[in-house]
Ligand binder design. Structure first.
Ligand code: ZN
Length: 311
């Protein structure tokens, strides 16, 4: 532990391919969103190209980087809630196409349950959320919500789900590989896994570098590209059915905010909040170009379990 009370851990081995070869992309990477102290590094695996945070916060220091004002745990304003609901219409349609609009759906990292609520009551809805107050709020939607961390949570023996949704969770995990393998065991036959993650191949990542919103140091431990998520899928015995790209302009706004924060211009940084709908409208044309060229900073990957032959 250092003088400021942050416990670090180095991550010498790539979670995806097991290689120890790595090149430092950014040393001295910091939390430019919440300005919580700590100095981290972003490294690229020399073998598969996966980006990972190393050093990263050790387990005992992780809580300080998820304070009460961490955005996903906050209740949205009426207008923002309506906009998010409008923007997630595509996700709901995909889930409906995958499931026929019924069955058991599990939302991992469901926060306050807004997405579960938006799915409607034709599904049997389940959630898993590590933040206890958010889990309690999510239960108000009528879904069955467990409080826990997907990396350590033990699912009920024999429980299976027709569709498992993980929206911007995989990048926060210590071992996405272990979790993907675990989820395969609770997916029903023919079920699907719908994961939304940042995209390391995005224009925004290349333009903003260390200030890129979706590096979100030190909360994101692994950053995927279409190529590395395909390798993850293959190793965990999933098949990538489709990758969808997002047109949401959050990463333009959030990256500019982080740049300002890093240079001490905190008032400007606050103005560039990702919930500023006026800015969202302004940056929409730029993000739409990334969407058209499949270089947007967020993607949703549909995975199906590869069924093993019994013979
Ligand atoms: Zn690797």
């Amino acid at each position: 532990m250092n003088a400021k009370g942050v416990a670090y851990e180095n991550v010498p081995v790539c979670d995806l391919c097991g290689s120890t070869s790595a090149k430092v992309s950014f040393a001295d990477a910091r939390d430019n969103a919440l300005l919580i102290p700590g100095r981290f590094g972003i490294v690229r695996c020399g073998s598969c190209g996966l980006l990972r945070l190393s050093p990263r916060p050790a387990r005992e220091s992780l809580g300080m980087y998820y304070p009460e004002n961490y955005v996903p745990y906050r209740e949205d304003s009426f207008l923002l809630h309506a906009v998010k609901r409008f923007l997630s219409a595509g996700e709901r349609r995909r889930i409906k196409n995958l499931t026929g609009g019924r069955g058991r759906v599990l939302d991992i990292g469901c926060a306050r349950g807004d997405f579960l609520a938006s799915l409607g009551t034709s599904y049997e809805r389940f959630g898993l959320e590590m933040d206890a107050p958010s889990a309690a709020a999510a239960r108000e939607t009528g879904a069955t919500v467990y409080a826990g961390d997907v990396e350590t949570f033990t699912f009920q023996s024999g429980a299976t789900f027709d569709c498992i949704v993980m929206r911007f969770v995989l990048e926060h995990l210590r071992s996405p590989m272990a979790v993907l393998k675990k989820l395969k065991t609770i997916l029903s036959s023919g079920g699907s896994l719908v994961i939304s993650i940042p995209n390391a191949d995005s224009f925004e990542r290349h333009i903003f570098g260390r200030y890129w919103h979706s590096f979100d140091v030190p909360r994101h431990f692994q950053i995927f590209s279409p190529a590395t998520i395909r390798k993850y899928a293959e190793k965990a015995e999933f098949r990538v059915e489709k990758i969808y790209y997002s047109f949401v302009p959050n990463d333009w706004i959030g990256s500019i905010s982080r740049f300002f924060n890093a240079h001490g211009w905190t008032r400007l940084a606050r103005f560039f909040g990702i919930t500023n709908l006026l800015l969202a409208a302004l940056f929409f044309p730029l993000s739409f170009v990334g969407f058209l060229l499949h270089r947007s900073p967020r993607m949703t990957v549909i995975l199906r379990a590869v069924e093993r032959s019994r013979f």
